[in-house]
Design a protein around this ligand. Structure first.
Ligand SMILES: [Zn+2]
Length: 387
């Protein structure tokens, strides 16, 4: 009996030892190499040097395929109508710098998508008074909680239109977070907003709307999430929580809103959040003739399926607008123009100082001059009545 216990103990120790050895990837490599060299497949008996673990956030492989941007100039072949600009101290821009960059980057017009209204809006239009800059205002949501909130919002909106606002920017908090006075989530097509939308319609103003966010932000942050690396850096961007509506729920509300106001021209920002699903983007444009898409901050997704995207851009060349999200930036112009104009393959969609939004690279569309001109400026000029 004593002997039997003894041998169990030895066996279990041996088993644990083997387990311990094989837990280490370096030891597993050693064992493999030894095994293959016994079989005569390899004479290299030293395992290579490698780090056991590299965090996804630290994984920055240098591609051996060198994608060279051979263009002599990185400026666009046509003047740009930037429909998704953001200016102001938050974006670290100054009026002088913006105007200077607009000149050098061939930006003919720039829409500044403000979220502020009232006196703050007044300050911005006075500060950024370059006549090429077109200012948008927004709904002042804080007032919604007050008594007669909608009337107060409407009165500021009318003032902002008098001050020269050409349209209204609605941000993603509309749909995701904003609550009604009764604490229910405010839906995109909620009837309480009708007076505001009617005013926009009557004054022929444009709505630029950012709805939801990339669909991956609504999924679990786990090994299957293609934006894992980004979401662990920015967990605050995740909407994977019962607190928030589902992605499709917001998209359905948006569809009803587009249909409810067919006379209002909408710019559905960030490619309507369908850059990864061109069938849905196609349905959106087919079913809603009042809707246009901008490409701002979504070339990362569009450029990973360049052939389908090119076909889509050719088909919908009258409904796609150019936007880069932020103040004029030479690095962004170089990348966006490369994406639209060249057939370059497998290049970074972000500049060196900007982090990735997914572990992939993109390829260019190589659009024709006719399509390019419409996307760069023709479509926006038509919408905004500019020559
Ligand atoms: Zn934006």
């Amino acid at each position: 009996m004593k002997n039997k216990n003894h041998s169990y103990l030895i066996l279990s120790l041996l088993f644990n030892l083997i387990l311990l050895i094989f837990i280490s990837p370096v030891n597993r490599a050693r064992a493999k190499i030894a095994f293959y060299s016994i079989l005569g497949f390899s004479s290299n008996t030293n395992p290579p040097n490698f780090r056991d673990t590299v965090l996804v956030s630290e994984y920055k492989p240098k591609s051996l395929f060198e994608s060279i941007d051979a263009r002599p100039s990185k400026t666009p072949s046509f003047p740009i109508f930037e429909t998704h600009g953001h200016l102001g101290s938050f974006f670290k821009s100054t009026p002088e710098e913006v105007s200077k960059n607009m000149d050098s980057l061939r930006i003919e017009y720039l829409i500044n998508l403000n979220l502020i209204g009232g006196s703050d809006f007044q300050d911005v239009i006075q500060k950024y008074n370059d006549p090429r800059i077109i200012h948008f205002t927004s709904f002042q949501w804080d007032l919604l909680q007050e008594k007669d909130g909608i009337e107060k919002m409407l009165s500021i909106l009318k003032d902002d239109f008098k001050r020269g606002a050409r349209g209204v920017k609605l941000w993603k908090n509309f749909g995701l977070e904003i609550k009604k006075p009764d604490k229910e989530r405010l839906k995109l097509d909620d009837p309480i907003l009708e007076p505001l939308f009617r005013e926009i319609e009557n004054q022929n103003k444009i709505i630029s709307i950012h709805t939801a966010d990339p669909e991956a932000f609504f999924s679990e942050i786990d090994e299957e999430n293609e934006r894992y690396e980004e979401l662990i850096r920015h967990p605050e961007w995740s909407f994977q929580n019962e607190k928030f509506p589902k992605f499709n729920e917001i998209m359905e509300e948006r569809e009803r809103m587009f249909k409810k106001y067919p006379k209002i021209i909408f710019i559905s920002l960030h490619f309507g959040e369908y850059p990864h699903n061109l069938q849905k983007a196609d349905d959106l444009l087919t079913n809603n003739p009042n809707v246009n898409l901008d490409i701002a901050a979504r070339i990362d997704e569009l450029g990973r399926h360049p052939i389908a995207t090119k076909n889509f851009f050719v088909k919908w060349q009258d409904r796609i607008l150019f936007g880069m999200d932020g103040p004029p930036d030479p690095d962004k112009v170089a990348i966006y123009t490369r994406f639209l104009e060249t057939e370059d393959e497998y290049f970074d969609y972000h500049s060196a100082n900007k982090p990735r939004k997914g572990l992939w690279k993109i390829s260019g569309l190589g659009l024709s001059p006719i399509t390019l001109e419409k996307i760069y400026n023709g479509n926006a000029k038509r919408i905004f009545g500019k020559k």
